[in-house]
Design a binder for this molecule. Structure first.
Ligand code: SIN
Length: 495
């Protein structure tokens, strides 16, 4: 198969890019499950943007820098913030109905924000954006969607004059291997939450894009900065259900078993301190007490209307958020680092672009400001699409296809076990508090062994390739965490 643009992944950035690029050529979207199966769908909070007259660019930029502990790329933040309102208006034009009051957009707050600046749709903002983008993409005559199609690796060509160029990807589809050639290939495969035992991310978040990009020599940056969301629901589920930070934005308090508001003396923003600080404090509290969210001061009518998804989920678990405390715990939520890209989403490999969580634009620094992720995904994919110029057809090249193994093969069953081991190792050694000595002596050797074994497997399939991706990305995180000696942002070391 041959196309102008090959988009791998179907979150907000991939779909938004596809819509923009379809104005200029043929687009193929490859997604390993269904079109709607993405991290975007799980995003409850909203999109941060400068929309209120009493807010301004400088405040949003400063909040982003402060939360990112000034490890950020200020140029990238300025670019994102200055384009934030346009990104929201574009979604409105596409059909997203953000909540309004008296004809004006309602704005909420989350951790680290000095101003109410988050546009939202109930507590299912991501789901609603994804629904609209999926609808628009399906309607578009220039876009072909390949669901249940897993990208195995990126295809490259090397020439003396042009250096290494990405020419498409090899995919598994319907138990067959296919090569898709493209003038430009775009990675929008999302995050890495599934590398950890406890995460708010869906099963697709196995770090595939970062693994594929690093295999062909893309620069990868800031991988140690894994953000742990402070308030996942403390239930034994995989993934964990998120209790949006906007619940605290609307007045919920963090309390321990004694009813103490333990965040009060920790940070000037108290319960709305940046996520790294809140997650660490909860982790500390959990040594002696369970931790809860308390929003019982709000009426049932208000809670049902403002947080319909959370209200119903808790009701099913026999938790009445109008009367009961909500048990919460931190869980892996977001990778602040990723494939290094410029303001146009270009990687260091020719004709390979990336955007969304898979990238490191430098916007987030050492810790992401809440609700900047959907914004980053939108703003950068808007610009990338605008900057695309003429395309150049790729000549087909000969590629060797690996042997596909059955789902019940012994290699596949072993990969399943190794996947669980990876999650345990990452949670233990690369969690909220890290010990560099143990990372070097225990975690890295264990992970190298897992990756070596998987690499040696003769033949492949989605389970095996995904698990190898997880091991490779885990190694990138562990090595980066070992290298960074001092605590900063989400990277907190005890030794
Ligand atoms: C949340 O609603 O708490 C998550 C939003 C985000 O990760 O920015």
């Amino acid at each position: 198969m041959q196309t102008n643009f090959l988009v791998i992944g179907s979150g907000i950035s991939g779909l938004n890019f596809a819509l923009q690029a379809a104005k200029k050529g043929k687009v193929v979207i490859v997604t390993k499950k269904k079109l709607v199966d993405s991290n975007t769908n799980f995003a409850q909070g909203g999109i941060a943007a400068v929309l209120d007259q009493t807010d301004n660019f400088e405040k949003h930029i400063e909040d982003t820098l402060k939360t990112g502990t000034y490890h950020n790329n200020k140029k990238a933040i300025e670019f994102m913030v200055k384009n934030s309102a346009d990104a929201i208006y574009r979604l409105i034009d596409l059909g997203v109905k953000f909540q309004k009051e008296n004809g004006k957009l309602s704005l909420t707050k989350e951790g680290g924000h000095s101003h109410r600046r988050i546009a939202f749709v109930g507590d299912y903002t991501g789901k609603e954006i994804e629904r609209i983008l999926v609808k628009r993409v399906k309607e578009h005559p220039n876009i072909t969607i390949l669901e249940d199609s897993f990208a195995l690796k990126l295809l490259t060509q090397k020439s003396f004059l042009r250096g290494k160029t990405c020419v498409g990807a090899q995919i598994i589809r319907g138990n067959k291997i296919e090569n898709i050639f493209a003038d430009q290939t775009i990675l929008s495969t999302g995050g890495v939450g599934q590398l950890f035992l406890h995460t708010t991310n869906p099963p697709i978040a196995t770090g595939d894009g970062i693994a594929m990009a690093s295999q062909i020599g893309c620069k990868i940056k800031d991988m140690e900065f894994i953000q742990f969301h402070p308030t996942a629901l403390n239930e034994n589920t995989f993934p964990k259900f998120l209790i949006s930070e906007t619940v605290r934005g609307e007045g919920a308090k963090l309390v321990n078993e004694k009813g103490e508001r333990f965040m009060s003396n920790i940070h000037p923003l108290k319960d709305l301190a940046p996520r790294d600080i809140a997650a660490r404090e909860i982790y500390k509290q959990q040594k002696t007490s369970q931790v809860f969210l308390d929003i019982r001061h709000k009426s049932r009518e208000y809670l049902k209307k403002r947080f319909p998804q959370i209200y119903e989920k808790l009701k099913k678990l026999k938790i009445d958020m109008a009367k009961d405390l909500i048990p919460v715990t931190p869980a892996a939520h977001y990778e602040c680092g990723g494939i290094e890209v410029d303001l146009s989403g270009r990687t260091n490999v020719k004709n390979l672009f990336a955007f969304g969580e898979v990238t490191c634009t430098g916007v987030h620094g050492a810790n992401r400001l809440a609700s900047n992720s959907l914004l980053e995904a939108l703003v950068f994919s808007n610009q990338v699409a605008k900057n695309l110029t003429s395309t150049q057809a790729v000549k087909k090249i000969k590629i060797e296809n690996p042997k596909l193994l059955k789902e019940n093969s012994k290699e596949t069953l072993l990969a399943k076990k190794l996947r669980q081991e990876i999650k345990n190792i990452m949670w233990r050694y690369s969690g909220i508090v890290r010990n560099r000595k143990k990372i070097k002596k225990e975690a890295i050797p264990k992970m190298i062994k897992i990756a070596k074994y998987l690499r040696k497997t003769k033949g492949t399939n989605q389970e095996i390739a995904e698990t190898l991706n997880m091991a490779q990305v885990s190694l990138l995180i562990l090595k980066a965490a070992y290298k960074r000696r001092k605590s900063i942002g989400c990277h907190f070391v005890e030794f």
